[in-house]
Write a new protein. Sequence first.
Length: 220
Amino acid sequence: MLGRRILGGAALAVSLLSVSGASAATLSLSGSGTPGVLTSNFNPSGLAAINADGIGVGTATTVFSGNTGGLFLSSNTDLTFTFMGKEASYTNQLLFGNTVLFNNNGGPGTASVTVNANAGLVPFSFQAVTPGNLGANNGGTFVPGLQIAFVEVSDIVYYALFDDGGGRMDGDFDDMVVRISDPDPAPVAAVPLPAALPLFVTGLCALGLLGWRRKRKAAA
């Protein structure tokens, strides 16, 4: 019994010392969005590629319409914004900070931009250009009638689905569809084992063997 306990302790020591030493940046939602689902009129161009990420009619969403939170980044990393499709008569564009990354006039998948982002609410926004540059800012202010719905694919991939109002909130969230991802998530590095650890484990094993022999001799 003593030997088993000592050997178990040695195994535990090895496992604890070889656990991950660093974690990759992740995306999540902060604040109080409104739960929703994509309705039957969700039908942007590029739908096949969007469906391949598991997103389509009936997919659960979290909807924001200003100052209640949004997409949050856990630590500094690069993020890639990719235009995935649209169903809109308005010209809409995506901005990072004050820089326009692309608009919704190109074909799905033709626009993709990687930027470096700091930890915190990701500073991107949608802008409905046609009716007068109306903005919807992630984690910030929205012009009334604009909304962003988010869908989580994984902790490094989210979709941002823009509803530009179009004169009314139709709630289909396909006026501009953007995929946001970490293009090169850092591998989780293992902490190197201390050089003395093999000697420590050997010593524990020797003590366990000695205890087992004494117990066996006493039993004889």
